[in-house]
Design a protein around this ligand. Sequence first.
Ligand code: NAP
Length: 296
Amino acid sequence: MAQERKLFGILAHPVGHSMSPIMHNEAFAKLGLAYYYHPFDVPPIHLADAVQALKALGIAGVNVTIPHKESIIPYLDHLDPEAEAIGAVNTVVLTQEGRLKGYNTDGAGYIQSLRKETGIELNHKKVLMLGAGGAAKAIGVYLLKEGIAELVIANRTKEKAVRLAQHLKRYQERRADKQAKGEQTISVLDWPLVQQTGGEGFQLIINTTSVGMWPHVDQSPLALKGLGSDTVVSDIVYNPRETLFLKQAKAQGAKIHYGLGMLIYQGALAFKLFTGYEAPVNTMEAAVRRFLEENR
Ligand code: NAP
């Protein structure tokens, strides 16, 4: 019997740099699935039509990235609670009833890879998060879900850190599971002040800014100070694999967490939503590493 064919893709603008097509197509091949993943370059003006086309053409699922992660929400029929809390969608699935449901796998992907690479137990931890952009929002929601004790946000543009802290506090208040409520604090630290202290006193320090990303590989978002072997330092920048920030952390004896893991695990979680199968994570990782090496 012929295998069922399905089409998946990514909606982005521009889409040229995306690694999702090779990651998913190689994973489909590994599992022997007759599925194909296509990069769709969708300018914002055509987003509404593109979303309608998913239904009309029966496209089984798409990833969504810059600049559509937030603007796609009004066009979807359902939203997963975490995507709603984050306020952004990176995965859309066409349900059997022909409805579009939005998910966000960035935060969960981040946590999975952080755990796998460092073994960290997040419960009751004191966390410093550098940056207050889209990725910070997804990670912030999941850190709170994981029961950290304290989240301190520092961002070059302070108003954005304040807005993110307010967003996360509203999320905390709405959460049905109130277990950790009252024990978790969210605050903002001035960027110059965090530069003075160098992140001392935190058990987990995360860079969610784009500082250090290729070609600016000689830049670091923070001159780290006073780290111990029990400090975990994490960078979501994945190109280069080991940023200057992570090199500094390693030199001080901290445990480090690479950004590539988040990319792979957000993709692996999307793959599961698309296909119902566990993703072949090693295949996806090998595809991404090869792509980065070839396109350096
Ligand atoms: P975004 O929404 O545009 O946010 C960018 C953040 O970086 C803001 O907080 C911004 O601060 C800060 N920033 C930029 N240049 C800076 C500088 N020179 N000094 C200090 N802060 C600076 O971007 P995003 O989507 O959150 O992505 C952020 C980074 O994460 C990118 O490098 C992206 O490639 C990476 N990322 C990785 C993954 C993964 O899977 N590993 C997933 C998503 C994103 P201001 O508010 O002051 O501008």
